[in-house]
Design a protein around this ligand. Structure first.
Ligand code: HEC
Length: 152
């Protein structure tokens, strides 16, 4: 009878790994479900749409929906073809977005802590779309077009 006593633990040992596999698979599914929801809080979308949305939400309140400028007491300058922002380099504009303006004592709000790098770049390139063709050409000719346009 010692033989049958010996089989029970063996049978149990064979079953346990199967339960473990089922349990581990269940845990992984739960983790995958939670992880997927937790690591993707912002839908960045395509850069052009992201730029439009970022500008509308974060820049338009001061610079106007079309970048026309001078819409409130802060007198934020025009960013469209009526202004001179194309004379700034991309590095200067990006620095202004992140640190708050392009001048000493600027009233522009620093947005670095609110915007992801993707949003900062998208807003920068959206400003380009507000300029005239001539202004874009001037901007590029002056070597202001840095960093290079990201791959689509
Ligand atoms: C709280 C108001 C405010 C917000 C929000 C704001 N700006 Fe400004 N911005 C200003 C003011 C005021 C100036 C003028 C002072 C200066 O140049 O720093 C300015 C200047 C600029 C300039 C320089 C323009 C020039 O011709 O010299 C650029 C470019 C610019 N902003 C881009 C942006 C972008 C892009 C956003 C959104 C990501 C943004 N700003 C959000 C107020 C704002």
């Amino acid at each position: 009878m010692g033989g049958s006593d010996g089989r029970r633990p063996t049978a149990n040992r064979l079953r346990r790994p199967q339960w473990l596999v089922v349990l581990l698979a269940g845990c992984l599914l739960l983790l995958a479900g939670c992880g997927g929801g937790g690591t993707e809080p912002v839908d960045l979308g395509d850069p052009a749409t992201l730029g439009m949305r970022t500008f509308a939400q974060w820049c338009a309140p001061c610079h106007g929906v079309e970048g026309e400028g001078n819409i409130n007491a802060l007198e934020a300058p025009a960013l469209n073809a009526a202004g001179d922002s194309h004379l700034l380099t991309d590095a200067e504009i990006l620095d202004g977005i992140v640190k708050g303006g392009t001048q000493e004592g600027s009233n522009m709000q620093p947005l670095g802590e609110f915007l992801l790098p993707e949003q900062q770049m998208a807003a920068l390139y959206f400003v380009h779309t507000l300029w005239s063709d001539e202004q874009r050409a001037t901007h590029e000719a002056a070597g202001g077009h840095t960093p290079a346009t990201p791959a689509p």
